[in-house]
Design a protein around this ligand. Structure first.
Ligand SMILES: CC(C)(COP(=O)(O)OP(=O)(O)OC[C@H]1O[C@@H](n2cnc3c(N)ncnc32)[C@H](O)[C@@H]1OP(=O)(O)O)[C@@H](O)C(=O)NCCC(=O)NCCS
Length: 465
């Protein structure tokens, strides 16, 4: 990590970074069209997040990954995407602002001689130099400070599935949109409802409520020799209990076994489930929370692996033809591993045996399509891959997971558009992760914040001075 960042700073001193960002700032037309078509009732943060995800049409990381780039090159592509994304954000953010609050007048183009903050401020429609300076300060102090907050951690978590930086950051923005996180800066204004002076410290004067005119306040004389003033606070609003009829509801309490079944296959720790939970912990609504989960599911190490399996198997068929021997398969698999790629559909972060979801799909195939050539190939891979992964000695789990089998079944029944597969996965995943999200709120789980390290602690951890 240190080597990378020093390389970056050598490549990009301040002036050239400014020019570089301005060169990278153009945003694709489809994103402009999308933003211009959003209804004004869509919150600016939802627009921002959707636009960032849509810009992943430009991702160099996603393109290179699909072409089989070696894992040692990931950071360079991630750096490229991140620089592009940072450069494009002011224009996206300014279009949202102008559409919502400036009658849709498009922002002026970027001035290539000016810096990032200047351009952003100017595109918003402001030219007061002091405000530009304020924006420089604002944009500097709001960058991430330690990595554990919801937006930073959601970006990190979604990125851990190798979702590209556009999807990862979009998930982070869904977290930032939660009222316990970034949206806190737009919490309703609080009202001071004690109007009479109390005593020197004026402690009670500082009590606030977020309901305007919530209480009627009247001073009462102090008791005995006390220097306390007494105040009487009388509610001015009618409590909900008095304004609405109570509704009685019956709830069934789930047994532990029932809860387990409800959580289904995902157990809450995988990237899509955990991203939904994490973003939801900032009280971002279920739409934003689930959308973040979907950005994680779109990563090739997570849900997209079901598409990757088919892409890889198709390459295998193209390279080796119809009937293949086990030895030919072994060579192909070793070539995949030696070129710094994973064998998609094998391995798991938690399971240490064949995924039961693989097994039930296999049983279905044995019953309904035992002679399908693609199924036969998938079954042959099941015989060959685990031994190779064991021999390589890296993967903790050499057995197939759910994604190794789903594509072959969909292909057999004519749903051949593999790019679409992860969307179906997402439709299903909603059942599990949204059920969990409801439990999160029912149990009152707090905002999530994993432990984070500053640079000196990281250095200490690896024994660097
Ligand atoms: C699922 C997966 C991301 C779990 O990752 P993990 O928890 O880091 O797994 P491990 O601890 O076993 O990984 C240890 C090493 O083995 C490698 N490894 C794990 N599975 C592998 C596979 N299928 N092919 C090649 N290498 C694999 C990892 O990349 C890692 O290598 P590194 O030390 O060079 O970084 C991983 O097994 C994988 O990439 N599988 C292929 C993609 C896939 O099928 N995803 C769907 C999961 S349901």
């Amino acid at each position: 990590m240190c080597a990378c960042s020093s390389a970056i700073s050598v490549l990009s001193p301040r002036q050239s970074r400014l020019e570089e960002w301005n060169e990278r700032a153009e945003i694709p037309n489809h994103v402009i069209t999308m933003l211009n078509n959003f209804p004004s009732k869509l919150h600016p943060m939802s627009q921002f997040s959707a636009a960032i995800a849509a810009m992943n049409s430009e991702s160099k990381f996603a393109k290179a990954y699909a072409e089989g780039v070696h894992k040692s090159k990931y950071w360079e592509l991630c750096y490229e995407d991140s620089m592009d994304l940072i450069a494009k954000l002011p224009t996206v953010a300014a279009i949202i602002y102008r559409n919502l609050y400036r009658e849709g007048n498009p922002p002026d183009p970027i001035d290539k001689k000016k810096d990032w903050s200047w351009n952003y401020t100017s595109m918003l429609g402001f030219d007061n130099p002091q405000f530009v300076e304020l924006m420089r300060l604002y944009l500097t102090i709001h960058t991430d400070h330690e990595g554990g907050n919801v937006s930073a951690h959601a970006t990190h978590l979604v990125g851990s599935a190798l979702s590209d930086p556009y999807l990862s950051f979009s998930a982070g923005m869904n977290g930032l949109a939660g009222p316990l996180h970034g949206l806190a800066n737009q919490l309703p204004h609080y009202h001071q409802y004690v109007t009479c002076p109390t005593r020197n410290e004026r402690t009670i004067d500082l009590a606030y409520s977020n309901v305007a005119e919530a209480y009627k306040c009247s001073p009462l004389p102090p008791l005995g020799d006390s220097d306390h003033n007494i105040i009487s606070l009388m509610p001015k609003y009618r409590p909900i209990l008095k304004t609405r009829k109570p509704i009685s509801q019956q709830h069934r309490v789930l047994t532990p076994d029932g809860i387990e079944r409800l959580q289904g296959d995902h157990e809450g720790g995988n990237v899509s489930a955990h991203a939904t939970h994490l973003v939801g912990s900032a009280l971002s609504d279920p739409y934003l929370s689930f959308s973040a989960g979907m950005n994680g599911l779109a990563g090739p190490l997570h849900g997209l692996a079901n598409q990757e399996v088919l892409v890889w198997t198709t390459k295998l068929q193209e390279a080796l033809g119809g009937e293949v021997t086990d030895d030919q398969l072994r060579d192909f698999i070793w070539n995949t591993l030696k070129s710094g790629q994973v064998v998609p559909g094998y391995g798991h972060a938690v399971l240490r045996k064949t995924d039961p979801r693989y097994m039930c799909q296999r049983e279905f195939a044995l019953k309904h399509l035992p002679n399908d050539p693609l199924f036969k190939l998938v079954a042959q891979l099941y015989k060959v891959v685990p031994d190779i992964l064991i021999e390589q000695g890296k993967a903790k789990n050499p057995w197939p997971n759910v994604d190794a089998h789903s594509g072959v079944l969909l292909q057999y029944y004519g749903l051949t558009e593999m790019n679409y597969y992860t969307v179906m996965f997402g439709v299903s995943r909603a059942l599990g992760v949204l059920a969990s999200l409801v439990w999160d709120r029912a149990l009152g789980l707090p905002i999530e914040r994993p432990k984070s390290f500053d640079t000196p602690s990281l250095k200490k951890l690896v024994g660097a001075s």
